[in-house]
Design a protein around this ligand. Structure first.
Ligand code: HEC
Ligand code: HEC
Length: 304
């Protein structure tokens, strides 16, 4: 494989390289033959500061030999390894092949490890320090940008260290979340609720569910309107993992707390996506991550 756009550049670069090496040899040969004006006392005849003279000594032998060896080494190297234009070198070495070999080696080393992990129950895997060390690396590289390096999430990105789950916290549910991704879809509900006043009232009712500060008169007016929400959040507001609908009674807010934030989500709705990982990560890696995430909220059962 060549990175040159045309054969001309390959020849051009190869020719420059060879000419450069040959020029070095010619320089050495010429320097050896050239006679500088020789005075009887082996000086060049230049005198500075009254008595400072320049001797005309030959190059030290060891230096000359080192120079020659360098040139020979350069030629041998160019014959063996890629360097002369597009010429691949006699040994057939390439960066790509070296990289592929390293990847294959790492894979071969990890395979028995992952095979051992695959035979373990997710809860047991969470207690395996080696698996959890790998899980932490995978988490930092693939998940931390959204869920935070401490996995506590931020607005819109769920906290993975608590027991509050949108889609379920059992290992098989977490695995499903990772493999297929999730789309949380809260539709705009203003029309179903009624007037903007009704929306404010239902917001106060939602706040009352978690015992958050609220206006109790508005909450009682909003309560019947919550019927429109029950299909997803449940009649008691405790949420439904099958719908990805959050528990509204626990004072944990993914999209912000207070009347204004709740009125906004009821009015505008919200689509929130967890990207599927099945294309990006191997099944074995997803298995390790499942146990890692499960372990974050089940500290007693996990190696840390
Ligand atoms: C591009 C941002 C993004 C990345 C990257 C990402 N997530 Fe998520 N994740 C989200 C969002 C947003 C949600 C919430 C989806 C919803 O609202 O239903 C979520 C939800 C989840 C949930 C479900 C939480 C619950 O309460 O049910 C888990 C578990 C999860 N992510 C784990 C991971 C892991 C592990 C990784 C790394 C492999 C990862 N996420 C990478 C954005 C991301
Ligand atoms: C079709 C199902 C559905 C209906 C109906 C629905 N919701 Fe939701 N709601 C959701 C989902 C799903 C989410 C989570 C969005 C996400 O994944 O980020 C959500 C999120 C919320 C949140 C944000 C919670 C937080 O932690 O920040 C509030 C508040 C809320 N809904 C209130 C309501 C109210 C009030 C109603 C009725 C007027 C309602 N929802 C109707 C599905 C629904």
């Amino acid at each position: 494989m060549s990175d040159f756009t045309s054969n001309f550049w390959s020849v051009y670069v190869a020719a420059l390289t060879v000419i450069g090496i040959v020029a070095c040899l010619v320089l050495l040969w010429m320097a050896g033959r050239k006679k500088v004006i020789s005075t009887s006392d082996n000086t060049t005849g230049h005198v500075w500061d009254e008595d400072l003279v320049e001797m005309n000594n030959p190059l030290p032998r060891w230096w000359v030999w080192l120079f020659v060896i360098t040139v020979v080494f350069g030629l041998a190297y160019l014959a063996a390894y890629p360097g002369l234009g597009a010429f691949a070198g006699k040994l057939g070495w390439s960066q790509q092949a070296a990289y592929d070999a390293e990847v294959a080696k790492a894979k071969a080393e990890l395979e028995p490890l992952y095979a051992r992990f695959a035979s373990m129950k997710p809860e047991d895997l969470a207690r395996d320090p080696q698996a959890m060390a790998i899980g932490e690396r995978l988490y930092m590289n693939n998940c931390a940008q959204c869920h935070g390096s401490d996995a506590r999430g931020s607005k819109g990105f769920p906290n993975l260290t608590d027991k509050d789950w949108l889609h379920g916290g059992a290992p098989e549910k977490i695995r499903e979340t990772l493999e297929k991704g999730r789309v949380g879809n809260m539709p705009p509900m203003a029309a179903a609720v009624g007037t903007p006043e009704d929306v404010r009232n239902v917001a106060h009712y939602v706040l009352s569910l978690s015992g958050s500060p609220h206006d109790s008169l508005r909450a009682s007016l909003g309560k019947p309107k919550f019927a429109a929400c029950a299909a997803c959040h449940g009649a008691d507001g405790k949420g439904m993992t099958a719908m990805g609908a959050p528990n509204l009674t626990d004072d944990i807010w993914l999209h912000g707390w207070g009347e204004a934030a709740i009125a906004a989500i009821v009015t505008n709705g919200k689509v929130n996506e967890m990207p599927a990982q099945a294309e990006k990560l191997t099944e074995a890696q997803i298995g390790v991550l499942t146990s890692y995430v499960w372990g974050l909220s089940n500290k007693a059962g996990a190696a840390r």
